[in-house]
Design a protein around this ligand. Structure first.
Ligand code: F6R
Length: 617
């Protein structure tokens, strides 16, 4: 989604906000712009200077030659089109008719049409098709009455309904940044004699590790030396400052050609970090995050409901099988965008597990609110500290993947599955459901997963060979049963989102009910066979496909040879406990998707039409 940056202080402000914006490119965007409120010059300049351009940041940068060393207060923005196409006029910042106020916005103004008509009646003219532009004219209109920017920004915001985070600069008040948030994330970075704002932490890390996460309804007035936080109505607020422990390098490519590859290779570490401090020496799982729940309270949850979107939903599918096996109680898993409108059957007896990397996904947040409204207890599994979902949950288990920059999720997925395994084992331990020896062996096997993933990565050369063979194919099926079906869904999603190839996942037994009609020479069918009790069934499905000339790739544990003669290509993965196979089986598929996309010359880290954090419905 859109990226926002802002700076007030002594550095060259355009250089600073553009540099910060570059670190938000992963959010996906289609135009970019910057505005500077410079100090008054001898020539008496009073306009905010605005430069914007459709396309990638490089296009904007090519127009900034005279601006790089400018002093002043600046805001910058990358836009992901919602109202109005991805054109230069629609790019942010938008500016007032007198050129003295500029504003950037992330979100949607729902009542913009009626506000626009009213402003046009009052004589304001519009230069874009965006919902955002009404806001800057509203500020200007209010400034004409109040003569004071702070009052004007507050007054303008009181007239809009919808979701926003905004930042405003003006030459009425050129050493102050105004910012506010109701929905989309906004973070203040605190410096000495300078302050920053951004929609996400990686933008700030080069400059400061001290951050304040704004909450819905917060209004900030930011100068070089001070940050004042209030509600929109002016009631003072205190938000806790925290220190970001990620270093700058962690958020950059670290020598890999793409963030995706870097993040795939970070998975053993991400898994180990997710387990760290949560597994005791006596091989049990201890989640301090859940200490607020007593054993009796946990026992009242007769239902478990998981909600999430996309990859996080696939992690939820793994958890459903794991929890049902360990806890012997019904677990439902729903896509958040369906759940929120489904009049769901949840209530005070439900533990609702919300899974999200960003913690900002609009549908997931809405699903959380619906479950909460119905009385469910919310436990979130989230990667981004302080994000909206964590703030609205009763408890949060962080995944410790570190910043994930590539739009296609890899390490966040693996750590979501890992955190869900931890949760299942914790609950099984509290409820004393399993034989203690068995429970310990589950925990012990979990700790072996970082090494198992490392081993898969060590065999990447074999996946390279396969990718070279498959790169020109057009249609891919991924088939599995049980846990393998969840892996198939995630593997297909990875391939389609970054290579733009048609990839479908099916429960293997469903092929004969329709999709088998599509299998012919040239179609690639990846069959997962990691579940011993389902292997024979899977083998029949694999043979059905090879009999119809499909190119079969089998993904099987290293000690499994029954598919060797029927498959054209066999990828072997370490033999782990079958319930944990999703962790090792997905890794070669991430590599395959990456290598096929690379061979096809795709952009990879920022696939077309997609955004990292989907903060609109
Ligand atoms: C796919 C992918 C998406 C996200 C989905 C939910 O690779 O990353 O499908 O999983 O948009 O995002 P979060 O986890 O941030 O709620």
């Amino acid at each position: 989604m859109c990226g926002i940056t802002g700076y007030v202080g002594p550095r060259p402000c355009v250089r600073t906000v553009i540099d910060m914006l570059r670190r938000l490119e992963y959010r996906g965007y289609d135009s970019a712009g910057v505005a500077v409120a410079g100090r008054p010059t001898a020539a008496g300049d009073t306009d905010v200077e605005v430069v914007k351009a459709a396309g990638k940041l490089a296009v904007l940068e090519s127009q900034l030659h005279d601006h790089w060393e400018k002093q002043g207060t600046a805001i910058a923005h990358t836009r992901w089109a919602t109202h109005g196409g991805p054109t230069t006029p629609n790019a942010h910042p938008h500016f007032s008719n007198d050129g003295r106020i500029a504003l950037i916005h992330n979100g949607i103004i729902e009542n913009y049409q009626e506000l626009k008509e009213d402003l046009i009646r009052k004589g304001f003219h519009f230069t874009s098709d965006t919902d955002t532009e009404v806001l800057v004219h509203l500020v200007d209109h209010a400034f004409r009455a109040a003569g004071d920017m702070e009052t004007a920004v507050r007054a303008a915001l009181r007239r809009v309904t919808g979701a926003y985070s905004i930042a405003v600069v003006s030459t009425h008040d050129s050493e102050t940044l105004y910012a506010a948030k109701t929905a989309s994330p906004l973070i203040l970075g605190l410096g000495v004699g300078e302050n920053f704002l951004a929609s996400d932490i990686p933008a700030l890390m080069r400059y400061t590790k001290r951050v304040l996460v704004l909450e819905d309804g917060d209004f900030a007035v930011v100068t070089r030396d001070a940050v004042s936080l209030t509600t929109l109505e002016g009631k003072p607020l205190v938000r806790e400052e925290f220190l970001v422990t990620w270093d700058e390098q962690t958020a950059e490519k670290g020598g890999y050609p793409h963030f995706m590859l870097k993040e795939i290779y970070e998975q053993p570490r991400a898994l180990a970090d997710t387990f760290r401090g949560r597994i005791t020496d006596s091989e049990s799982v201890r989640l301090t995050e859940l200490e607020g729940f007593t054993k009796d309270q946990l026992a009242t949850f007769t239902r478990i409901q998981i909600v999430a979107c996309g990859t996080a939903y696939h992690a939820g599918m793994v958890a459903k099988l794991f929890f049902e096996k360990l806890l012997r109680r019904p677990v439902s898993v729903d896509v958040a965008s369906e759940f929120r409108y489904s009049d769901p059957l949840v209530g005070p007896d439900t533990l609702c597990i919300v899974v999200s990397q960003s913690g900002e996904t609009a549908d997931t947040l809405a699903a959380l609110r619906e479950a909460r409204r119905l009385g469910a207890t919310i436990l979130s599994i989230v990667n981004v500290v302080g994000s909206s979902i964590t703030r609205e949950s009763h408890a949060t288990l962080y995944t410790q993947a570190g910043p994930e920059i590539c739009v296609a999720s890899t390490k966040a997925y693996l750590t979501q599955v890992a955190a869900l395994y931890l949760l299942g084992l914790h609950l099984a331990g509290v409820e004393a459901r399993l034989d203690s020896g068995l429970l310990r062996s589950y925990v012990r096997d979990l700790t072996m997963l970082p090494d198992a993933v490392e081993e898969v990565l060590g065999r990447a050369l074999l996946v390279e060979e396969l990718a070279a063979r498959l790169a020109e194919r057009k249609t891919f099926f991924y088939l599995g049963r049980g846990y393998d079906y969840a892996v198939a869904l995630e593997a297909a999603l990875k391939l389609k989102e970054i290579s733009y190839l048609h990839a479908e996942a099916y429960p293997a037994g469903e092929m004969k009910h329709g999709p088998l009609a599509l299998v012919e020479a040239g179609v690639v069918v990846v069959c997962f066979g990691t579940q011993p009790h389902l292997f024979e069934k899977m083998l029949s499905n694999l043979k059905e496909v090879s009999a119809r000339d499909g190119l079969v790739v089998a993904v099987v544990p290293e000690n499994e040879h029954r598919a060797d003669s029927a498959a054209e290509y066999v990828l072997r993965i370490p033999a782990v406990r079958p319930e944990y196979a999703p962790i090792v089986a997905i890794v070669p598929m991430q590599l395959l998707a990456y290598l096929v996309a690379k061979a096809r010359g795709r952009e990879i880290d920022q696939p077309r039409n997609l955004a990292k954090s989907v903060t609109v419905e």
